[in-house]
Design a protein around this ligand. Structure first.
Ligand code: ZN
Length: 413
């Protein structure tokens, strides 16, 4: 990305604030003079920050404002150990609502819509973000929170919800349940706003067809407001993001080198307006690319775009000396007729060699499965050059989850 005068000025302003706040950035950026940052090149010499840094600042070491200005905290869903606490000022909460409202608008959602929100509420940023945006837009929020599928489907009918906000796996579960109950005709959904994770074209097509909706990927992370910082428009050419609030970079996850637009790497975010907990060069570990400016979106919006999230840099696994990430597994399965979008991969080490077992769901009759497995094996060899053990299973045999699904299990270490 190029860096304009506005961005540079905001970065300087943010640097001054975090240095004055004497929080963890004061230590991290010690000796750096904000007024010496006068170009993209200067900026790119600043150190990255990591989730581990944020964790070390527990509980409120990230705060860049006096206590009385903090109106709320959220916490990121850490796997184990100390959580990350993100303090928000009143302006941060309002800005987040504004960003989310813009996302809904890009998805063509209006004040006439009724938005059923199934992500969780509480310390997690998801549910309340979807709600803030809906209210700012003037739409009607139906704040269900997660789970209780029977009640979800009842409310969906009775409230005549037109928009469903969910993770992809929960949207699929709801779609399957609606089909099972035969209530499809009583459902008024038009659009689905789905938390961006790698979910593949096949799964997208299944959810879209079974629910009869248009789907939108919405991106975000608790450390940077929450969901609602990027979304695709109706042309589905990647996710538009808001460069008046955020500066995005793509780096090589191994070397930290900033990559040119168009190249795949790790997304790094700098916040330009955040007060409670500004972030400078925060490594998201999400794999994507910035779409080059010479590929404008047909919608005509002058907002930059990133591609959908292709996976996590942490999920990259090395098998037989080849780097592989979950998105590629979906791409391979997509090429093989007869496979469904659901899969799981187990990697272990046997007799001195890596063994990769790929379970995938299929509706083809049992007698044709040997042939299907053979084709899946051949495609893995030809497309990503790894040998696998293919295992076809019935539709519905692999676990569905209301959370983001983990699909690759590495048992080698
Ligand atoms: Zn567009």
């Amino acid at each position: 990305m190029s860096m304009n005068e506005y961005t540079l000025n905001q970065i300087k302003y943010q640097l001054k604030r975090v240095l004055a706040a004497d929080g963890f950035y004061a230590h991290k950026l010690e000796g750096i003079d904000p007024d010496s940052i006068n170009s993209k090149e200067d900026f790119e010499k600043l150190p990255f920050s990591e989730k581990a840094d944020l964790r070390d600042a527990y509980p409120l070491g990230l705060a860049a404002v006096p206590d009385e200005e903090i109106v709320r905290i959220h916490s990121s869903s850490g796997t184990t150990g100390t959580p990350v606490i993100i303090p928000y000022t009143k302006k941060d909460v309002e800005d987040w609502a504004e960003l989310f409202k813009r996302c809904y608008e890009i998805a063509g959602i209006t004040p006439k819509d009724r938005i059923q929100i199934t992500p969780g509420y509480g310390l997690w940023t998801a549910g309340i973000g979807f709600q803030l945006g809906a209210e700012k837009l003037g739409a009607m929020a139906v704040p269900m929170g997660p789970g209780n599928t029977a009640k979800q489907i009842q409310f969906m009918q009775d409230m005549e919800s037109t928009v469903l906000c969910a993770t992809s796996s929960y949207a699929l579960l709801l779609a399957e349940e609606i089909e099972k109950r035969g209530v499809r005709k009583k459902i008024h959904l038009k659009k689905g706003v789905i938390g961006s994770e790698r979910w593949g074209e096949k799964m997208r097509a299944r959810i879209a067809n079974e629910l009869g909706v248009e789907l939108y990927d919405i991106y975000g992370l608790t450390e940077v407001y929450g969901p609602g910082i990027a979304i695709n428009c109706e042309y589905n050419t990647g996710m538009h993001y808001f460069d008046d609030y955020l500066y995005f970079e793509i780096i090589d996850p191994k070397t930290g080198e900033v990559l040119p637009d168009g190249e795949l790497g790790e997304l790094v975010i700098t916040t330009l307006q955040k007060e409670g907990a500004p972030l400078i060069r925060y490594r998201t570990h999400d794999l994507t690319r910035i779409i080059p400016e010479n590929e404008p979106c047909p919608c005509g919006r002058h907002l930059p775009r990133i591609d959908v999230i292709l996976g996590r840099t942490d999920d990259m696994v090395k098998v037989h000396g080849v780097n592989m990430f979950p998105g590629q597994i979906e791409d391979v399965l997509k090429q093989v007729e007869g496979t469904s979008s659901e899969y799981q991969v187990f990697i272990d080490h046997q007799n001195g060699k890596d063994k990769v077992t790929v379970f995938f769901e299929t509706a083809v009759p049992k007698e044709e499965r040997k042939d299907l497995e053979k084709r899946v094996k051949e495609h893995f060899k030809s497309m990503i050059n790894i040998g696998i053990v293919p295992m076809a299973v019935e539709i519905g045999d692999l676990p569905r989850s209301e959370k983001k699904s983990t699909r690759v299990y590495d048992y080698r270490y």
